[in-house]
Write a protein that binds this ligand. Structure first.
Ligand code: VGL
Ligand code: ZN
Length: 240
């Protein structure tokens, strides 16, 4: 049975028995974006795809998925990781430290990364095949030399706001759909902050790819689920 046939079968069976509770939470094509929704495209930059300085496995695969769903969104925010040279999140800033080790900074534990997404570099540019011409905001984050920012809402010190929550609220946005790179870092932190700040929050799983350090993708999904972030697939969206 194809997945579609199977889903239809499940729906029919549930309708007949009146027991719909065991159905997937979001059957195919059930969620529609409206004027109060925004698509957030996180860090789809050269840096995070193969050939970049911090490549995410198959990171480029998010591009056609995002391009396919983006026309359904009137409101689109694109983010860029945008670090100073010598940034505090770079392993090269600490003698003897290697990428993917951790260190303690004033605000807590920090994973150390290869130098990546340096402001103005080709590596930090948005992927050339991403097609979101209607995007209204390009939000850059991680530009304070001594503070990292995975989240598009709040820097890693958990004090410094980026302004995105205020922007979205003032525009009447109530629901966000988060996509991009990487599932376990900037996507998860952005989604968790969005939810905490009062937005209905969806993460579109097949429009994301993860870095996955020591099970970090599974841990991120677990935390997002616990906090009420909704996990959906691009096929759950009504695109017409
Ligand atoms: C990211 C690690 C370091 C991300 C950014 O976009 O997920 N990950 N900087
Ligand atoms: Zn970064």
């Amino acid at each position: 049975m194809s997945l579609n046939t199977r889903r239809n079968f499940l729906q029919t069976a549930a309708a007949l028995s009146g027991a719909a509770t065991w159905l997937p939470a979001f059957a195919q094509g059930r969620i529609r974006a409206n004027g109060q929704s925004a698509l957030i495209v996180v860090d789809v930059q050269n840096c995070f795809v193969p050939g970049g300085t911090l490549p995410v496995n198959n990171g480029q695969e998010v591009v056609p998925v995002i391009n396919r769903i983006a026309p359904a969104f009137e409101n689109v925010v694109v983010t860029q990781d945008w670090h100073t040279p010598g940034h505090a999140s770079f392993a090269s800033s600490y003698p003897g430290k290697k990428p993917f080790e951790t260190t303690r900074l004033s605000y807590g534990q920090q994973v150390l990364w290869p130098d990546h997404c340096v402001q103005g570099s080709e590596d930090a540019a948005v992927h050339k095949d991403l097609k979101v011409p209607q995007a209204q905001v390009i939000l850059r984050k991680g530009f304070h030399k001594h503070v990292d920012s995975y989240s598009a809402f709040e820097e890693a010190d958990r004090k410094t706001a980026t302004g995105l929550a205020g922007y979205l609220r003032q525009r009447g946005i109530r629901t966000v759909f988060v996509t991009g790179l990487a599932t376990d870092f900037c996507v998860a932190w952005t989604a968790l902050d969005a939810k905490r700040l009062g937005f209905e929050t969806y993460v579109i799983e097949d429009a994301c790819r993860g870095i996955d350090i020591n099970g970090s993708v599974a841990a991120a999904w677990k935390e997002m689920r616990a906090k009420g972030v909704k996990r959906i697939q691009s096929t759950d969206l009504i695109l017409s």
